[in-house]
Every structure is written in C-alpha cells, then in structure tokens.
Write a protein that binds this ligand. Structure first.
Ligand code: ATR
Length: 290
C-alpha cells in the first residue's frame, strides 16, 4: 500500500481500541477494490468528554471520509454531528459517521448488518416470525429496532433485569403495533415457554465471550426448525451455539454482523460495492492471529 497526498482516511474511535478487527477488514477491502484509502484505529479516550468532541471536529478539519464509532462513544457522539439518520436517532446510537463536504452524518448500521448476515447465512426472513431476544442493552436495542421494521409476528425481550427489557419494549411498541412485543425475566421456566414456539433466539449479551461465562439457555425447548444466533464472535462457537448444534439446530455466529455493518460503512464512505467475501476472510484471519 502506498500512502501519498491522495490517500483518503477512515478509521474507528473507541476506548479501548486495541482489539478491533475492523482495520484488517476495511484495509483489505480498500486494497481489493484498488482504492487509495486507509482505515486507522484511534484511541479516543473517554475520561475527558472534550476529547471526543475534538476528535469529531478533526474529521472535518482533516477531511476524513468518515469513521466508525465504538464503545463507549456510540451514544455521546450524536451531539457533535450535523445530521442523524432516523434509525440512528431512534436507537440513540451512532456507529458510522460519514463526512460529506464538512457536514457530518450519523448512521447506525449494526441492526441492519445483523439482519443481512442472518439472511445470508441462514436464509431466514424476519417477517411473520416468532423471535426471542436475550438481553436489553445497546446491542439488543439496534437488533430489536431493525427487526421491528421487518414486521415479525412476535418478539420476546428476555433480560436479567426485567425493568430494562420493559423500558426497551415501551420505547418502540406504539410505533410497531403489528408485532406482539413481550418481556420476560431470564428464568428457565419462562424461557422454556417462550422458546417452545420460537423461530429464532438471539443472544445479544456478551455472555459467552472468552472469559465471560456461558448463558444457560434451554435450547432443547426449541422446535427442530428454530435458528440459534449469537452476536459474540470470539469464540466463533459459543457454548450456546455448541449446545444448539448438538440438538441439530441451525446456528448463526456473530462475525457476519461485524462484517456486514462494516460493509455498509464501506459503501457509505466510498460509494462502491463492498467486497464482502474479502472482508470476511480478512476478519477471520485477524481473529485467528489474536
Ligand atoms: P451492550 O451495548 O453490549 O449491549 P450493555 O448495554 O451493557 O452492553 O448490555 C449488556 C446486556 O447483557 C444487558 O442485557 C445485561 O443484562 P442487565 O440489563 O440485567 O444488566 C446483559 N448481561 C450482562 N451480564 C450478564 C449476566 N452475567 N447474566 C445475564 N445477563 C447479563
């Protein structure tokens, strides 16, 4: 790669940022399409709020194409942008910023990325399906919102803290009245009941990630055609997915969501079609070399 006076700049703001797979994925994509652009991780510290503001201003000053924004800046960054796309405003979080002639536009591509990956890898269409979402945090919010737009028949939000699930359900239930939205505590009895006629269960919590324990989800209660999905991608097969495979259920891991949200960002920044298979290969390789 030659960096010269014409190189376009993109990157990611986060704290911490050391583990991100996005640079490997995006730089491989630029190379594959022959674009003179780079993607650089920026450690934008969260302890002083002025730092994020200054970093965002820098995007204009230095004419970046745009950046991704990750934990813990996804919510706070909204106030520094010029325009927020409706879905990002509804979710209350931005993961992708696009710089159009000095105006900064905020998008959220996580939920859509998740649905595209699910469709590609399992063929599942959300319309009229019965869904169980485990978790009610930031990741759940994006996925829940994207799913509601596809008019599933029902969604049960299952969370350790039921109050948080109720708050999330209330935020959108009036606007998406064609979906039956319910909430439930993370208890075995309740889960068995909700899983027994589900088409899809998705874990949106970080439980199952390396060193974070395992979720105890009674997958045996699911119908044989159900799909089990986990947004955790390290390990690529969480305990939940292994348990599902043992029951011969179709599974869906988290790497595709990362790749697909990145592919949407690539397309927004460059106006070119993202080389999704190149990005998948680069993300897998970077994950292996961790
Ligand atoms: P993210 O942005 O990754 O979704 P978050 O907003 O902190 O992170 O949300 C974390 C989610 O994981 C929440 O649903 C949380 O449940 P609570 O709302 O009850 O905290 C869930 N979670 C975290 N640790 C958990 C655990 N040990 N058991 C069950 N759920 C857990």
């Amino acid at each position: 790669m030659t960096i010269n006076g014409h190189t376009k700049i993109t990157g990611i703001f986060g704290d911490p940022i050391g583990h991100t797979l996005s640079p490997a994925m995006q730089n491989a994509a630029f190379k594959a399409v022959g674009l003179n652009a780079v993607y650089v991780p920026f450690h934008v510290k969260a302890d002083d709020p002025a730092v994020l503001k200054a970093a965002v201003e820098g995007l204009r000053a230095m004419r970046f194409l745009g950046v991704n924004v990750t934990i813990p800046h996804k919510e706070r960054v909204l106030r520094y942008l010029d325009e927020i796309y409706p879905h990002a405003a509804d979710i209350g979080a931005v993961n992708t910023i696009v710089n159009r002639d000095g105006r900064l536009f905020g998008y959220n591509t996580d939920g859509t990325g998740y649905l595209l990956s699910l469709r590609d890898e399992t063929g599942l269409r959300i319309a009229r399906k019965k869904i169980v979402i485990i978790g009610a945090g930031g990741a759940a919010r994006g996925i829940f919102y994207a799913m509601l737009g596809m008019k599933p028949s029902s969604i049960v939000l299952v969370n350790r803290t039921i109050r948080r699930a109720n708050t999330l359900a209330k935020a959108f239930e009036a606007r998406f009245s064609s979906t039956d939205i319910r909430t439930s505590a993370l208890q075995r009895g309740a889960l068995i009941e909700h899983l027994s006629n589900a088409d899809l269960v998705v874990n949106t919590t970080s439980i199952g990630m390396m060193g974070k324990g395992e979720l105890d989800i009674p997958v045996e209660a699911l119908p044989p055609k159900a799909i089990v999905s986990d947004i955790v991608y390290r390990p690529s097969k969480t305990g939940l997915l292994k348990a599902a495979e043992k029951r011969r259920l179709k599974t869906h891991g988290g790497l595709g969501m990362l790749v697909r949200q990145g592919a949407i960002g690539f397309e927004l920044w460059t106006g070119m079609k993202a080389p999704v298979s190149v990005m998948t290969g680069a993300a897998l390789k970077a994950l292996k070399h961790r």
